[in-house]
Design a protein around this ligand. Structure first.
Ligand SMILES: [Zn+2]
Length: 133
């Protein structure tokens, strides 16, 4: 069994296209400038419809993390244990991402991380790794 593949929606397609090129993209509102925490079609601040895509520097801080010991599907059985982190990027948006290196060494809340990419089929998934290894 293979791990699930990326299924972009109309709202997330630019994000995933960016990942495929090794670029982390995020949205800002062209009307009020608000950063959108997740890709969407309407600004959460002013309800504007003009949302621009920007490229992130890929640097952020760990808000929280958890270690997954029980695989959610058989495809993840050989990957456990692994760590999923919530990362607040410096530009003001948030990602939930896997972390490089599995559960060892564990991340710390407040730790600075850099977003890299790892292959999943024909796509690249964002992954957090310590900013200073
Ligand atoms: Zn707005």
């Amino acid at each position: 069994m293979e791990k699930p593949s990326i299924r972009p929606t109309a709202e997330t397609r630019s994000f995933w296209d960016g990942c495929r090129g090794g670029k982390l993209r995020y949205q800002t509102c062209a009307d009020c400038g608000a950063v959108q925490r997740i890709p969407r079609s309407v600004c959460t601040h002013c309800h504007g419809l003009r949302l621009d895509w920007n490229e992130s520097a890929g640097l952020g801080t760990v808000l929280s993390h958890t270690t997954v010991h029980r695989a959610p599907t058989p495809a993840f059985k050989t990957a456990t244990p692994y760590v999923i982190a919530l990362v607040d990027l410096d530009e003001g948006f948030r990602l939930m991402v896997n972390t490089r290196g599995g559960a060892n060494p564990p991340l710390a809340i407040g730790q600075r991380v850099r977003i890299g990419f790892e292959p999943r089929g024909d796509d690249l998934l964002p992954i957090a790794e310590p900013e200073m290894p």
